[in-house]
Design a protein around this ligand. Structure first.
Ligand SMILES: Cc1cc2nc3c(=O)[nH]c(=O)nc-3n(C[C@H](O)[C@H](O)[C@H](O)COP(=O)(O)O)c2cc1C
Length: 380
């Protein structure tokens, strides 16, 4: 199949990587109602078609935290991408850099920040999960600053993992039973391209950024039990001040879904927020990102940079999010499917698709510059 859309990449990913990994990428928590809403609520929004305007020059470029981006898109932090393709995060970061956008590297990445910086030719943004060992986090923040990571995104919607039924069934949540190793082996053998690319040539398979603090983090396929043991559920707004002490660069709080919390983020001195329900992977039944966005943008849009994520499957969705007050979108599964299907070239192609789709949506809504995108782009 010649992939034309992000959902085509989903299908290619499904074929190429083992089921246990595809389910981890594709799935959400509980009944996956919020995961479905993230997509359905974008579909429900109608763009307002306008015609006979000069749309020969469409301006997608924007600036986030002093960094120029060729379009208002950032690759979301995605755990374990180095298990979907050989050194997956490094490949994706290179594709992002070549496309003139940024990547936010997950705490649960296989490649560490230094490897990604080297591959891409520029340090990534870094997504932080705070673990109980505060000394480690302090050191990590200093190392990231030394490396030149431009932005820190503190993820706050995972004080404990949401139950993901697909991962329970596959044994990824632990306790998979005696047959699990055999099932895993079969899952691998029946996906030979992946086996050669990742298992033969893609090592080391550890969580590069945090393995020094958590020895169990070497076992990538049994990670939920140690996540539960090591992530710090006592984290409060007071700890954001502690992070601020050790991180002088721009700080973004990821996982905000309520205007009250958005106001707290302003008070805590954050430079930005990501309106996010973690891609429908945490508390099922909460609002979609795109429905949560407008009241949050109204409440704090003048005080800090509002980014959103969840359900972005095309450039049209990005334009809808901009219309509702986002300055940019994080995209998660869009790049995860692409890297799983075709590595870095897949990510490059998905970014090209997003750019073309955005350009088209801007042209047919008669908006020639992303800075002018507003609610006038939506019908009804
Ligand atoms: C496979 C997968 C792994 C993820 N890992 C992380 C992570 O390590 N840290 C984090 O802050 N968010 C993580 N997320 C959430 C994404 O950063 C983002 O919020 C979400 O994917 C956006 O929804 P979308 O996939 O519909 O674009 C992950 C999402 C997926 C799908």
């Amino acid at each position: 199949m010649t992939p034309a859309s992000i959902m085509d990449y989903r299908e290619l990913a499904r074929r190429r990587i083992p089921k246990v990994l595809f389910d981890y990428v594709d799935g959400g928590s509980y009944a996956e109602a919020t995961l479905a809403r993230n997509i359905a609520d974008f579909e429900d929004l109608a763009l307002r078609q306008r015609v006979l305007k000069d749309v020969s020059q469409i301006q997608l470029g924007t600036e986030l935290f002093g960094q120029k981006l060729s379009m208002p898109v950032v690759l979301s932090p995605i755990g374990m991408a180095g298990m979907y393709a050989r050194r997956g995060e490094a490949q994706a970061a290179k594709a992002a850099r070549d496309a003139g956008i940024a990547m936010c590297l997950s705490s649960l990445a296989i490649c560490d920040a230094a490897e990604v910086a080297k591959a891409a030719g520029a340090p990534p943004w870094y997504q932080l999960y705070v673990i109980k060992d505060r000394g480690f986090t302090e050191n990590l923040l200093h190392r990231l600053a030394e490396l030149g990571c431009p932005v820190l995104a503190l993820t706050v919607d995972l004080p404990m993992p949401g139950m993901r039924y697909r991962d329970v069934r596959s044994g990824l949540f632990g306790g998979g039973g005696m047959a699990t190793p055999f099932k895993r082996a079969w899952d691998g053998i029946t996906h030979p391209d992946w086996l050669i690319d990742v298992m033969l040539h893609g090592g080391p398979h550890t969580f590069g950024n945090i393995a020094p603090a958590i020895p169990e983090a070497r076992g990538v396929m049994e990670f939920w039990p140690w996540v539960t043991k090591n992530f710090d559920p006592t984290l409060t707004w007071a700890d954001v001040a502690w992070i601020r002490q050790h991180w002088k660069g721009p700080l973004v709080i990821k996982g905000i879904l309520d205007p009250e919390d958005a106001r707290e983020a302003v008070k805590a001195g954050a430079d930005g927020i990501v309106v996010s329900n973690h891609g429908g992977r945490q508390l099922d039944g909460v609002l979609s990102g795109v429905r949560a966005l407008p009241p949050i943008a109204d409440a704090v849009g003048d005080d800090l940079t509002v980014i959103m994520d969840g359900g972005v499957r095309s450039g049209l969705d990005v334009v809808k999010a901009l219309a509702l007050g986002a300055k940019a979108c994080f995209v998660g599964r869009a790049w995860a499917y692409a890297v799983a299907a075709r590595g870095g070239p897949g990510v490059a192609h998905v970014l090209q698709i997003l750019r073309q789709e955005m350009t088209m949506a801007m042209a047919l809504t008669g908006c020639t510059d992303v800075k002018d995108a507003g609610r006038q782009l939506l019908a009804g």
